[in-house]
Design a protein around this ligand. Structure first.
Ligand SMILES: Cc1ncc(COP(=O)(O)O)c(C=O)c1O
Length: 468
């Protein structure tokens, strides 16, 4: 490409051309002008393949190689990447001259999306929109305090609710908090699944809210059968609001519209985000009871206390409306349930056959395979060697070969975790399931060969971890 062609592309509004023109230098630009450590990390684990295209559950690299995306942008692409129905809705907004962000006027599309969300959660009455999961958390914390007049917020160990200050104050993992304190006061953690600890924490009637992920995203920790319903009942007894963070679990991910439906719990607030806009536009929604809303916004003077400039923007609202339609028209929630059952069954079959595999957890298409220290001497020695370098390093011996050898993008379930997590788009096909099952078995089988390629990789990662 001649310098003048390049300069023309740099000035043109054609973003696909601009994207293509910077294939060779975007990592350098990113390193120089943004997060250099992220670029280094992706290089080290071999994920720097230069993805060029995304469609449905697939990503394509610069050589046209197809990858199955079981990360889904941390759960954003439940309906698949670049879904044409959402794109059409967005194009219709872009090619219209609809009034947007009137601020001194209410959003019609927000009203419509709010109605459609509440039709799916009929025990709640009001919706406030925001721009991210963390912003939804901030809104929930404020409304809980405002509505109850209490300061306390109870959250769970290992919880993840985002990294803004309120959200970080109720983050159950020290790795995210280190160096950022002090945090919002009166936030207290309890162990997940411990009703006695919850009761002790809220029984003095000074706690505004208990905020909980129905299934914890970090680790895919499952609630005990009666946990959520009993926690809701305890909260009601002590005047504490029960808030379900369904930012990751909501919108069909677990095979129901909300994960709490599996356990028959009815929260006072439900938080949604991630999948709501089909992955095109940042958006979140806080669904709540009228009594909570009206306590906080109780007068015209207070009409704007929860305002956020971009919250009801037309693109996010249109994408939300279209995404809900896609969930229905493609029966994605039912598909998530049945595909999830199939994958869980297949993975569970492997547990008895491979000693490194400890447990399979999850619901619908939120699944973790948990690995544990093996018994046999050779494997145990190899495991100890890499786990001594960094706890949780073993999980990368699964995710890296899944990516490099089987073209499957997945993630470690959390800091220090021995679990590998899958959050596929909800419409993955039978052929995709076969792809996943075969790849997981092949990688796990390779891990049982000591010495072998996987443990050589482990040694390299361990040396690197020890250095850093
Ligand atoms: C359960 C849960 N809550 C909140 C958040 C924060 O969302 P965001 O990254 O959009 O701020 C996340 C993000 O992963 C999440 O999984």
């Amino acid at each position: 490409m001649s310098p003048s062609d390049a300069a023309e592309i740099d000035r043109s509004p054609d973003m696909a051309a601009l994207f293509a023109r910077h294939d060779s230098d975007y990592q350098n630009l990113y390193s120089r002008y943004s997060n250099e450590q992220l670029v280094r990390m992706l290089k080290m684990i071999g994920y720097d393949v230069g993805f060029c295209r995304g469609e449905g559950p697939y990503l394509y690299d610069r050589n046209g190689v197809r990858y199955l995306d079981l990360l889904s942008g941390f759960g954003v692409f439940a309906i698949g990447r670049n879904h044409p129905a959402v794109r059409a809705a967005l194009n219709s907004v872009l090619s219209s001259s609809l009034p947007n962000l009137l601020q001194m006027g209410v959003s019609r599309l927000a009203a419509i999306l709010a109605e459609r969300l509440l039709q799916r959660v009929p025990y709640l009455d009001k919706v406030l929109f925001a721009n991210s999961g963390a912003e939804a958390i901030e809104t929930a914390m404020k409304f809980a305090r405002g509505a109850t007049g209490r300061a306390g917020i109870v959250y769970c160990e290992h919880a993840f609710h985002g990294v803004s200050y309120g959200a970080l104050s109720i983050n159950g993992d020290e790795m995210f908090r280190r160096g950022f304190g002090p945090f919002v006061p009166d936030c207290v953690h309890v162990p997940f699944n411990d009703l006695a600890a919850l009761e002790q924490a809220i029984s003095h009637r000074a706690v505004a809210a208990f905020i909980v992920e129905p299934i914890q995203g970090k680790g895919v920790n499952m609630p005990a059968a009666d946990y959520l319903k009993s926690a809701a009942a305890l909260c009601r007894r002590y005047g504490t609001l029960f808030i379900a963070d369904e930012i990751q679990t909501g919108l069909g991910r677990t095979g129901r519209f909300l994960a709490v439906e599996h356990w028959d719990a009815e929260p006072d607030m439900v938080l949604l985000s991630k999948a709501l806009s089909g992955g095109y536009v940042p958006v979140s929604a806080v669904l709540m009871r009228k009594a909570v809303f009206d306590k906080v916004i109780d007068h015209m003077d207070r009409a704007l206390v929860a305002v956020s400039t971009f919250a009801e923007n037309n693109l996010a609202m249109a994408a939300g409306i279209a995404t809900l339609d896609v969930l229905d028209s493609e029966r994605l929630i039912e598909k998530a349930a049945s595909t999830g059952d199939r994958l869980m069954r297949a993975f569970s079959d492997l547990v008895g056959r491979y000693e490194l595999m400890h447990e399979v957890r999850g619901k619908g298409l939120m699944i973790a395979i948990d690995f544990a220290r093996p018994q046999s001497l050779g494997l145990r020695t190899a495991w100890n060697m890499i786990e001594a370098a960094r706890a949780g390093l073993f999980s990368q011996l699964i995710t890296i070969p899944l990516f490099a050898d089987h073209k499957i993008l997945s993630q470690v379930a959390g800091p220090d975790s021995h679990a590998v997590k899958f959050l596929p788009p909800l419409a993955i096909s039978d052929a995709d399931c076969e792809w996943i099952i075969k790849a997981v078995e092949a990688v796990v089988a390779d891990c049982h060969r000591v010495p072998g390629a996987v443990w050589s990789l482990g040694r390299r990662l361990a040396v690197n971890a020890a250095r850093t």
